[in-house]
Design a protein around this ligand. Structure first.
Ligand code: ADP
Ligand code: MG
Length: 241
């Protein structure tokens, strides 16, 4: 379980998170929605210790992330797949080698590596693209390689930061399906940050809205769809203020 516990974070005196509290239950996909600049990525980065909280903390299966020493943090990161907003692939490596890299770093035997690469590429519908280079791929395909790379490591948790932003509707729907499939096939617990409501409704078990530094409302997809909170309504309906 991932627990955001009264997380506070400011940059240069500007408060971004002001008591962000949220539990992500094992096996669920929780979607965090909110306006651009509301602190969604900042919240996510605390889960893997890329940012240090001013107060509060994130705990992952009871481990308070900001208190972990280097080896413990490294061990934690091995349990968490992070798919960044901009898929950071190595341009000089082909698709298979991009996926293989993390597995080699873990010192897995060659046959197991080959099997995992094959399996991960199949799961994201990229079978047969092993020898292609990132420059030859569409944006959607690059994102899928990013997902394959993360799931090849068999994480317990997957964090997705804006997985569909910048993609056309069809490619977005493909991404949504992959996220659902990843949870179903691998039983991964997921946190998805997005401002794409269609994606949120498709992949989410629950949805939380981050607003003014904290959770404005959290509930099932149905509860959020039927919300009477004016702030949440305005956001999900995409109405200008
Ligand atoms: N490393 C950083 N240094 C300074 N300001 C930052 C940093 N990371 C994020 N911010 C600021 O925090 C706010 C929230 O950013 P972010 O979490 O990226 O928003 P979003 O909800 O769009 O993901 C923004 O105002 C952003 O400029
Ligand atoms: Mg962001």
């Amino acid at each position: 379980m991932i627990q955001f516990q009264d997380l506070h974070k400011a940059f240069d005196g500007k408060q971004v998170l002001t008591g962000f509290t949220l539990d992500v239950k094992d096996g669920e996909t929780l979607v965090i929605i909110g306006y651009s600049g509301s602190g969604k990525s900042v919240a996510l980065k605390h889960v893997v210790g890329l940012l240090h909280p001013d107060a509060g903390d994130v705990t992952v299966d009871g481990r308070a992330v900001s208190t972990l020493d280097r080896p413990s943090l490294a061990a934690l990161r091995r349990e968490i797949g992070f798919v960044f907003q901009f898929a950071a692939l190595f341009d000089s490596l082909n698709v298979a080698d991009n996926v293989r890299l993390g597995l080699e770093r873990r010192g897995l035997p060659a046959d197991e590596i080959a099997e995992r690469v094959r399996e991960a590429l199949a799961l994201v519908d990229l079978t047969g693209t092993d020898d292609r280079y990132p420059a030859e791929l569409s944006g959607g395909m690059r994102k899928r390689v990013g997902i394959a790379r993360a799931i090849a490591l068999r994480p317990r948790y997957m964090l997705y930061d804006e997985p569909t932003t910048g993609l056309d509707p069809v490619t977005s729907a493909v991404m949504d399906r992959l996220m659902v499939r990843t949870r179903e096939h691998l039983g991964v617990t997921g946190v998805v940050v997005t401002h794409d409501m269609r994606s949120a409704y498709t992949v989410g078990d629950r949805i939380a809205m981050l607003y003014e530094g904290r959770v404005r409302q959290v509930g099932t997809v149905e509860e959020i769809r039927q919300t009477e909170d004016p702030v949440v309504r305005q956001f999900i309906e995409g109405r200008p203020s």
